[in-house]
Ligand binder design. Structure first.
Ligand code: FES
Ligand code: FES
Length: 158
């Protein structure tokens, strides 16, 4: 077992688990953060996407021993807490308005890939958005509404 300390959505956490346990399993099973989904388990689908130190990663491929001292962001951290309750991140709002989520399996990963794209200064450019979410597969939407949603959010906060 290995004690691993890191930040999740701004909060310090510590887990005592086998060092090769996947970050995805630590998030979902040890920390109860079930937003990141398991699709392929092989780094192909992006359903498990989180942001690790400002980089988009497939959490199914990251052993927890590599997360010591690092900063993890998951979909649970997107909405802002206010005195009047949580307020959706502009991307979540845009997905809602544009119909960017259908079955929802890909949505947490899409949102995190899109969040990192916007945080890195990405704009409402169709090709750039499609490149940013190229590692995230969606079987439902045909991608058009997802791209529209990300472009909408990028336009609100260019
Ligand atoms: Fe991680 Fe598919 S579950 S990439
Ligand atoms: Fe179903 Fe994307 S909304 S896989």
């Amino acid at each position: 077992m290995t004690a691993v300390r890191f930040l999740v959505n701004g909060a310090p956490v510590e887990v005592d688990v086998p060092g090769m346990r996947r970050l995805l399993d630590v998030l979902r099973e040890d920390l109860g953060l079930t937003g990141a989904k398991e699709g392929c388990g092989e780094g192909e689908c992006g359903a498990c996407t989180v942001i690790l130190d400002g980089e988009v990663v497939d959490s199914c491929l990251v052993p927890i021993c590599q997360v010591e001292g690092r900063i993890v962001r998951t979909v649970e951290g997107l909405a802002r807490r206010t005195g009047d309750g949580p307020v959706l991140d502009e991307l979540q709002q845009a997905f809602l308005e544009a119909g960017g989520a259908q079955c929802g399996i890909c949505t947490p990963g899409m949102l995190m890939a899109a969040r990192q794209y916007l945080d890195a200064g990405g704009g409402p450019d169709d090709v750039a958005i499609r490149t940013a979410i190229a590692g995230n597969l969606c079987r439902c939407t045909g991608y058009t509404k997802i791209v529209e949603a990300i472009a909408q959010a990028a336009s609100v906060h260019p």
